[in-house]
Design a protein around this ligand. Structure first.
Ligand code: M6R
Length: 617
């Protein structure tokens, strides 16, 4: 939530900042702004709306400063408006900050500052930060600090000490016009190191075209960034060295590659991203292996419960994981929504393995749920797409989906890669434990290897899905039905539809319909049924018949030859092991939501009210 960019070097900062914000717009897009140091003053330019609006601001092309900070906002405190947009300046005009996160005690801090004579221009929580920095700069322990730079750092540190909540902060000042100070806690921030210049961003892809050398800032770590050097400090302001990390991502992978939208590109990337997820983790006839984790038979034999904990789409991947773990490893497995798990005092001990799934690795609730399990003595394993993300740094073990950058807010390729990785993990555990028949595992491996070409077959024939989308895109309500694993993917299909098409939809376990929701079915309502498990075909079809009888229009996604054929539309997909069938059946649903959103003329990649990375509670 909210995107941050910064630059310090010899080039004009403004174009670099706006360009970086454009690629971070998926993190928030209700307002944007930049601040640059111009001779002896700081110039702030900001506005409501999309980042591109910044180009229309009067005088923005005249900015020539080579030091600057920038922000694209996802509103938490205060409506989207020019006043609430970042950057925010203190009353003296000497300190300017951008902030990602939430300051939970901002009301108290604001009252304190008002009592000291400060005034506020915005409704944001952030505006307390530059004013606190000013307060501590003018009231701080001047004598022990050597120079203006350290005095500025001391003021930032004192201000941050007062903050409760989460933050990634960039601060600049007229007092030290040749530096940017950054600090983070529970919100991501990276520094890109280049020759004679340095870049700052909320995440790596935003500045990947300038450098491959990154410092991943830790919680409660400060940095003073100049064009030629970067100094790191802990939360007592003791200076330390930090290792640079080489990031091998391809900068072009973060572009649209000729596709109209990132979401469409990412849907079509799934054959490739799944191949990357499989990587060298297994081959036919060989056991699965993970370079990144070492889990012993002795440990697994003592695990009596597994939890998958995640949010949104990642949680839906966990639902598929539950089935896999229980079937292959015979370990009772639960799936929890991270925001519930963290407050429900779950029964966890050293015999519990908690697996956290997060594309971004920065989801606040998932991180908090992970910290909780660690504090209760459980082992934690993170599944993420982002190397070095917060969740992977907290967990005991981390494994990566390697799906490449996912930019569209609606998750697609991350989901399919998460399910593939969980399937490989479950096979790995089963091989360690000897809990499954070898031939069964071998056959599942073959099915996983075949997934990319089967997805290609689905992607080669998108017209029927587009056709159906054209017929239903004006509707107000839809239903998704499935049994077993088909139910878990129905939840994902319904979520995708809601988030990018703004059509209300519900997913139900098909057998549950008659216990209430069937009252909502009336003439013309669209029902999408997913039928991929041959053991459940007849049951699922009976439930779909029940809605047809009540006038529903039906689309059935199936890999079976269905006994009757009175459905309005049928999308045939290739057959695979039912344990992993969501990886195929989700693809037509991703496309359906995509086309509906396009027919409605909506912004597919940046749906209203949403952000890619939910770093607030
Ligand atoms: O980065 P994460 O995987 O932790 O994100 C979790 C959810 O916020 C995310 O999956 C969300 O539900 C997507 N927008 C769904 O498309």
């Amino acid at each position: 939530m909210c995107g941050i960019v910064g630059y310090i070097g010899s080039k004009k900062a403004t174009p670099i900042l706006i360009d970086g914000l454009m690629s971070l717009e998926y993190r928030g897009y209700d307002s944007a702004g930049i601040a640059t140091i111009e001779k002896d003053a700081i110039k702030v330019m900001k506005d409501k709306g999309r980042v591109k609006n910044l180009y229309n601001l009067d005088g923005i092309d005249k900015l020539s400063g080579t030091v600057g900070i920038a922000h694209t906002r996802w509103a938490t405190h205060g409506k989207p408006s020019k006043e609430n947009a970042h950057p925010h300046m203190d009353n003296s005009g000497k300190f300017v900050v951008v902030h990602n996160g939430i300051i939970e005690n901002y009301a108290d801090l604001r009252d304190f500052l008002i009592s000291k004579g400060y005034t506020f221009l915005s409704e944001t929580d952030t505006e307390v930060i530059p004013n606190l920095i000013h307060y501590y700069y003018t009231n701080g322990p001047v004598s022990v600090l050597k120079d203006e730079s350290e005095k500025f750092l001391g003021a930032v540190k004192s201000a941050v000490y007062d903050l409760k909540g989460s933050y990634a902060i960039e601060a600049i000042s007229t007092i030290c016009p040749d530096e940017v100070i950054v600090v983070r806690k529970d919100s991501p921030l990276v520094i890109g190191k280049a020759d004679g210049e340095n870049y700052i961003a909320s995440d790596i892809p935003a500045i990947l075209k300038y450098t491959k050398e990154f410092y991943l800032l830790d919680d409660n770590e400060f940095a003073i960034i100049k064009s030629n050097n970067i100094r790191f400090f802990d939360n007592s302001l003791v200076e330390h060295n930090k290792a640079v990390k080489n990031i091998e991502w391809d900068a072009n992978a973060a572009g649209k590659d000729g596709y109209e939208d990132y979401m469409l590109k990412e849907i079509f990337e799934q054959p490739t991203s799944i191949r990357e997820t499989i990587g060298s983790r297994f081959r036919l006839g060989e056991k699965c292996s993970f370079d990144d984790i070492e889990i012993s038979k002795e440990y697994l034999e003592n695990v009596n419960r597994i939890f998958f904990v995640a949010c949104g789409t990642a949680m839906h991947a966990g639902l598929v994981g539950k089935n896999l773990m229980e079937k292959l490893c015979h370990i009772p497995t639960e799936v929890d929504i991270a925001s519930e798990f963290r407050y429900r005092n779950p029964i966890i001990d050293e015999h519990t393995l908690c697996i956290y799934i997060s594309q971004s690795g920065e989801t606040a609730d998932t991180i908090a749920a992970l910290k909780l399990a660690k504090s209760k003595g459980a082992k934690t394993l993170a599944i993420s797409n982002v190397i070095g993300s917060s969740i992977t740094r907290e967990a005991d073990y981390s494994i990566y989906t390697h799906a490449g950058p996912e930019i569209a807010v609606a998750s697609t390729k991350a989901y399919t890669s998460q399910v593939v990785l969980v399937a490989i993990l479950a096979m790995h555990f089963a091989e360690i434990l000897g809990s499954s028949d070898k031939l069964e595992i071998e056959s599942l491996k073959k099915d996983i290897i075949d997934l990319p070409s089967k997805i290609e077959q689905i992607l080669d024939n998108t017209e029927p899905i587009k056709d159906f989308a054209k017929k239903i895109y004006t509707e107000k309500d839809m239903f998704f039905l499935g049994r077993g694993t088909d139910y878990s993917v129905a939840l994902e299909g319904s979520l995708k539809l809601k988030e990018i098409s703004y059509i209300h939809s519900e997913a139900y376990a098909a057998g549950e319909l008659k216990h209430g929701p069937i009252a909502l079915i009336e003439n013309g309502v669209t029902v999408i049924g997913i039928v991929t498990d041959k053991n459940l075909v007849e049951k699922s079809i009976s439930n779909i018949q029940e809605v047809i009888t009540r006038g529903a229009k039906t689309l059935v996604i199936t890999n079976q030859i269905l006994p009757n054929n009175n459905f309005d539309y049928v999308i045939n997909i290739p057959e695979t092991n039912p344990l992993i069938s969501p990886i195929l059946s989700v693809v037509p649903m991703q496309l359906l939501s995509y086309y509906i959103s396009k027919f409605k003329g909506l912004d597919v990649d940046k749906p209203r009210n949403l952000a890619k990375s939910v770093t607030v509670e």
